[in-house]
Ligand binder design. Structure first.
Ligand code: DAH
Length: 339
């Protein structure tokens, strides 16, 4: 009987060593130590043994049971710790690795040019003003010396609202608003979005950006206009630019001009960018019309000024070599990601 007990003990230990799951360990335990297990079966036969033999084998059996039990416990502990290790391994996260596929956003090219210009003009003492995109007919037209029957109204196809207001067609209304709030002497710029009811193509958009500028003081002349234009253009193009003025008509300036810069690509010799002329049209401007000063509450006998209307979107196109204006408001991330 001693051999049987020892064999059962050894077999159980061997099975235990092979048990790879908690279920398998439990099966070994039930088979050897359970109420109807192999060791229990053996002890049933103890009744027919002599007392000292029964005591000796009983002791042997108990030792085998205890040893098995403690082996089972440590096997369970080993399996549980292996399972935990495996889980930790699979759930491990390296918090220092950069997140994949997430890139920081960037400023829209027009915003970048706008911010740069704002900074530049601020450094020259200009205030940066804002005006409403939904504007009144008064500020967009009348106060700029464009009466209702004036042909200049047709120059700017307008989005009208049902209540008689409109989406501003240019940033010039901020001239009059600026005169009202700042009072001369003043230097101001007003960057912002403008809207025109236009057929959209590579060089025309219904929505684009302008930057209005105005200086009103005593004895402001065309010389001041040229000085400020040259200074800021040289700063944004990062080199000396040559400018020229051609006559241009706008009801809110007198005289009015078109300001051209000598082509930066060919230096004035003539190339496809300047259409062989050597000059690129950049920005309309002029001396503020006395009627506009009056609308803004300034006496034209005392005050004079210059104004200009820079095409911010056009400037960004020149700066970055973009040949289709529709890209700016198209919302295509492949375009925007490049800036
Ligand atoms: N507001 C005009 C436009 O959008 C541009 C303009 C012309 C602005 C002459 C000015 C100016 O300040 O002096 O067509």
């Amino acid at each position: 009987m001693q051999e049987i007990i020892e064999k059962l003990h050894q077999d159980a230990l061997a099975q235990l060593a092979e048990a790879a799951t908690l279920e398998a360990v439990e099966a070994v335990r039930v088979d050897a130590l359970g109420r109807k297990g192999k060791l229990a079966e053996i002890s049933k036969q103890f009744g027919r043994l002599a007392p000292e033999e029964r005591a000796r084998l009983g002791k042997l059996l108990n030792t085998a049971k205890q040893e098995l039990e403690s082996n089972i416990d440590s096997r369970i502990a080993a399996l549980e710790s292996a399972a935990l290790d495996k889980r930790l391994e699979s759930e491990w996260i390296d918090l220092t690795t950069p997140a994949p596929g997430i890139r920081p956003g960037s400023l829209h090219p027009v915003t970048q040019v706008q911010k740069e210009l704002e900074e530049l003009f601020r450094s020259m003492g200009f205030a940066v003003l804002d005006g409403p995109e939904v504007e009144s007919e008064y500020y967009n037209f009348d106060a700029l010396n464009i009466p209702g029957d004036h042909p200049a109204r047709d120059m700017q196809d307008t989005f009208w609202l049902k209540d008689g207001r409109l989406l501003r067609t240019h940033t010039s209304p901020v001239q009059v608003r600026g005169l009202e709030t700042l009072k001369p002497p003043l230097k101001m710029i007003a960057p912002g979005r403008v809207f025109r009811n236009e057929e959209v193509d590579a060089s025309h958009e219904h929505t684009f950006y302008q930057l209005e500028g105005m200086m009103v003081d005593r004895d402001v002349s065309v010389a001041h206009l040229i000085y400020f234009m040259k200074t800021f253009l040289s700063a944004i193009f990062k080199r000396d630019v040559t400018v020229r003025l051609r006559p241009g008509f706008f009801p809110f300036v007198e005289p009015g001009f078109e300001l051209d810069i000598q082509c930066l690509i060919c230096g004035g010799k003539g190339c496809p960018v300047c259409k062989q002329s050597g000059w690129v049209e950049l920005c309309p401007c002029g001396l503020v019309h006395p009627a506009v000063l009056r609308y803004g509450g300034a006496d034209p006998e005392e005050w004079s000024g210059f104004a200009f209307g820079l095409g911010l979107t056009r400037l960004a196109m020149m700066r970055y070599g973009i040949d289709d204006i529709r890209l700016f408001t198209g919302g295509d991330l492949r375009f925007l990601k490049q800036f």
